[in-house]
Design a protein around this ligand. Sequence first.
Ligand SMILES: [Fe+2]
Length: 350
Amino acid sequence: MLDKIKQFVKESFEKFSPRENFAHFERTVFWLLQLKPDADEAMQIAAYAHDIARAFRQETTEDVFQGKDWNDPEYLEIHQNAGAEIVKKFLEENGYPNDKIGRIAQMISRHEVGGDEESDLVMDADSISYLEVNAARHIQKLSASLGKNKVKEKIDWMFERIATEEARKIAEPFYKSALQLFEDEWRNKVHEEYDSFVFEKIKTLLDSHAIEYKLLHHEPTKTSKESAEARGEDLSVGGKGLVLKVNGSFKLFVLSAAKKLDSNAIEKYFHAKGIRFATAEELMQLTGLVPGSVPPFGRPILDLELYVDNSILCNKRIAFNAGSLTDSIIMSTEDYLKLVSPEIFDFSKD
Ligand SMILES: [Fe+2]
């Protein structure tokens, strides 16, 4: 009967939802057998067919969950019961034993929430298979339409609902790599958008003031030294942008790349008891930028108060990574200072 059910599931999805990925169903059965090697045919049928209600659903996943939690009790109830009914009807028509049909219907009608030993096993196998097979697809496919937090909620929920210790152990590496992928996807997207956004904003600002500047596109540079080499300029010409937390608020400090930050000078200037660098995480939240790509601009480019060190004034030109690790701008220091009108004081040392 398992083969018949597989055929039925495939035909149902092909009719209504032709892009379904059957690997999730195959793997649910596989993981069920890992958790319970003697799982009988009835259990395997429930595992394979647990999601069949989706084949008969009219709306897309995006439509259904736009304004609804993944574990919305009402939706789960409908989804589980509809699946149980569909499979029950098919099995009855095919003369399957009634007691087994009863168990299968129960497992499917509880596969999202569990509640008894067999249902828990199907639910756990479903969770492992989801994290293994579907999570990556969801991250790539649904983030744009449903938002990243929503996709994360689904991944978290699928892991958290797991009932047995053994299943949790198996699922953990899949869960971790799904979260990693989620982070990477999100970071890459945010980076690309923000990098070019900041870069465009700077160019527009310079152009609107009819300021002359030189644009350089180069390999990604992570250090001031690499940047100077890529630009063919002296290290001292580089303007290093550092975001520091001073007296509870973040401020942007710009100094020559050949100099070091003199934190004592800053503490003195602001009567601050301790200052610290913004973490990469904070920098991302404040500016959308990664360390090394912060341009020496406060408002209107970055929403930060701007302070410039006297070492910048020693050079005729200033060069900087313009909101991206691969784009540099070189312009006259005079134009730069006129444009950004910063507060200037000494906060560098050799
Ligand atoms: Fe599922």
